[in-house]
Ligand binder design. Sequence first.
Ligand SMILES: NC(=O)c1ccc[n+]([C@@H]2O[C@H](COP(=O)([O-])OP(=O)(O)OC[C@H]3O[C@@H](n4cnc5c(N)ncnc54)[C@H](OP(=O)(O)O)[C@@H]3O)[C@@H](O)[C@H]2O)c1
Length: 329
Amino acid sequence: MIRLATIGTSTITEKFADAVAQTPGIGIDVVYSRDVARGRAFADRVGIDGVSTDLDALLASGDVDAVYVGSPNGAHAAQAAAAIAAGVHVFLEKPATPTAAEFARLVDDARQRAAVVFEGMRNVYDPGMARVRDLLPALGRVRLVSFGQSQRSARYDLVLAGETPNIFDPALAGGALFDLGVYPLSAAIDLFGAPTSVVGATATIATGADGAGAAVLAYDDFVAQIAFSKIGASRRPNEIQGELGTMEIDEITAPRRIRLDLFSGVSEEIEIDGPENNMRFEVARFAALVRGDADAAPDQQRSLDVLRAVEAIRVAAGASAVGSDDGAR
Ligand SMILES: NC(=O)c1ccc[n+]([C@@H]2O[C@H](COP(=O)([O-])OP(=O)(O)OC[C@H]3O[C@@H](n4cnc5c(N)ncnc54)[C@H](OP(=O)(O)O)[C@@H]3O)[C@@H](O)[C@H]2O)c1
């Protein structure tokens, strides 16, 4: 049984706990919070006994095999590094770290400690994405891809009221690109590999973070456009255009309806019967990696390629530096 500790007591950690409860061979033993009352309340909500407010002691205790990092993005790298130094496996919420250099260092350190470091990018482990991949050959040569994730955040109202909630705080690597842009970027890079070049631009909000943006990923013989926003919304489907037809995908975070329209005249609608909480697939993958049933290198390479694309967009957009090794590869 893989014994987990969680970091962070927000809704996403609750969702993670629900996914873990549905996955054999892995369970949460301890909840870490910076505040004991908050930790206790969270642990009671998800039915766990152990609570800790001392992360270093918890990691050194030998009582946990792995840690889930569900803190704000800007806290991920230091918490993951502490876990790896203690020989504890790490499941990082997306985006793994603000910069590619930070993640590359974690990967190197983890290799030396025989630990796994893994980014929980839930859409790439969703069976809906596997279905998209299986259907790709029907499109012939892919020429134009258009993926996006735009979802207005209620916390933008706090920004409009003059506040800086974590999710829009540049000091914690907040903003639309880090929060939502990484989903369409990960989908594109998972399906098609690392692009040859990336350009992008973002719209800055009052906190200094990006509220929305767009990017173009260039490949040898096709182009992918990526859109993301936390201050507006879109119902536009995602699209892959090939020389033989077009595929439409409803949600890039959890594909559930795919439509194929081929120039031969064939049209097909495919429904994917997926669970409401698709984090269970990434949890299952992490458990397999920790058990040594699969190699983490391809997952880590995809995360690195996505973080490099994120950095290229931020550089093109003139965003201020984040992380400990800004711009480094
Ligand atoms: N996979 C998904 O669908 C999904 C959805 C939402 C978010 N996320 C990811 O989950 C992570 C957390 O996002 P969130 O919006 O839930 O963040 P958040 O509410 O700002 O913070 C999450 C938790 O981290 C702790 N925390 C808060 N501020 C902190 C700080 N300055 N330094 C260290 N710890 C701090 C808090 O726990 P304590 O106070 O109890 O310590 C809090 O409950 C992010 O990486 C985000 O991208 C993923």
